[in-house]
Design a protein around this ligand. Structure first.
Ligand SMILES: N[C@@H](CCC(=O)N[C@@H](CS)C(=O)NCC(=O)O)C(=O)O
Length: 287
């Protein structure tokens, strides 16, 4: 694991006022991923040095950057009302020196970091997204912005997998976890098998620590988990398998709320329809 020391080289890339608060983008050199990383932050209007606010970390899905959630989810008004900051990191390391899928595939390499620590060449130098999200980004955010150390975590698809696995592995670091359309059992679906075999190698035992269904089956969690899934999602049967999460929660006796939402697909139209409910869910635990 790399140093947790907050970087002092935080470069602001943009700022826009929204819902009475601020949307800002930053870039910083990250020691975990050995490259410059970008993130976006929403600061609600009530955030100040004298009134620090809790943070929801949002992990996006395949092909996304820090921008998709901020531009499409429509989360700002509710986050402003609840007094909650939102941090949206990028989905992979970036830069000329960072390896990508040889065929430019969207589901491996750039935009597809899967929130794990790669152990295999050529990925292992930069693809350390687990350490970045868990160990490097929060201290940086907490050192530079008017936020508390209270954290919630949520995400979509690959980011739902990231949110669930990170929260299940670090229950002391997060007060609650939610996900939209998460990849629930990556060891057992094409997206997960492709990514894990490249990043982690063929030893499937090493895959289990990044598999939400396996983690939830093996350990009862005290965290509250909310999952929304559209039943018209093209990826539902082949890639997402929410039933695996339901079965796992039953085995370990963990509390899971899975809501199948009729007619919704995999897009940010779905996320924007229910994001307010996820923010309110997290606010109950962050209070
Ligand atoms: N591009 C892929 C699908 C990728 C995809 O659906 N990405 C989701 C996350 S898994 C997303 O959020 N895309 C960006 C967006 O909608 O803004 C395909 O065509 O099969």
């Amino acid at each position: 694991m790399s140093s947790n020391a907050p970087s002092t080289q935080l470069a602001q890339l943009s700022q826009a006022k929204v819902a009475g608060g601020w949307h800002q983008q930053y870039q910083h050199p990250a020691s975990t991923t050995a490259c410059n990383m970008r993130f976006a932050i929403f600061l609600p209007p009530n955030a100040s040095a004298a009134n620090k606010v809790p943070v929801l970390y949002w992990l996006s899905g395949l092909t996304c950057s820090d921008e998709n959630f901020m531009q499409k989810a429509g989360a700002f008004k509710m986050a402003a009302q609840l007094g909650m900051a939102i941090v949206a990191p990028d989905t992979s390391p970036r830069g000329d020196e960072v390896p990508d899928a040889p065929d430019g595939a969207y589901d491996l390499g750039l935009g597809a970091g899967f929130y794990l620590n790669a152990t295999q060449a050529p990925w292992q130098r930069h693809y350390q997204m687990y350490d970045y999200i868990v160990h490097e980004l929060p201290p940086l955010i907490e050192a530079h912005f008017p936020v508390t150390t209270q954290r919630a975590i949520s995400g979509h698809s690959m980011g739902g997998h990231g949110a669930l696995t990170i929260a299940l592995k670090n229950p002391q670091r997060y007060t609650s976890v939610s996900a939209f359309s998460p990849i629930c059992h990556p060891s057992n679906c094409p997206w997960g098998q492709k990514a894990f075999s490249h990043y982690l190698g063929e030893d499937k035992a090493s895959w289990l620590e990044y598999d939400a269904a396996e983690l939830l089956k093996a350990n009862k969690t005290e965290l509250s988990i909310l999952v929304d899934q559209g039943d018209a999602d093209n990826f539902l049967a082949e890639q997402l398998n929410p039933q695996s999460l339901v079965d796992a929660a039953a085995v370990s006796g963990s509390a899971l709320t899975l809501r199948m939402q009729p007619g919704y697909d995999h897009s940010y139209f779905f996320i924007s329809s229910f994001i307010d409910e996820h923010l309110a869910f997290h606010a109950k635990y962050l209070a």
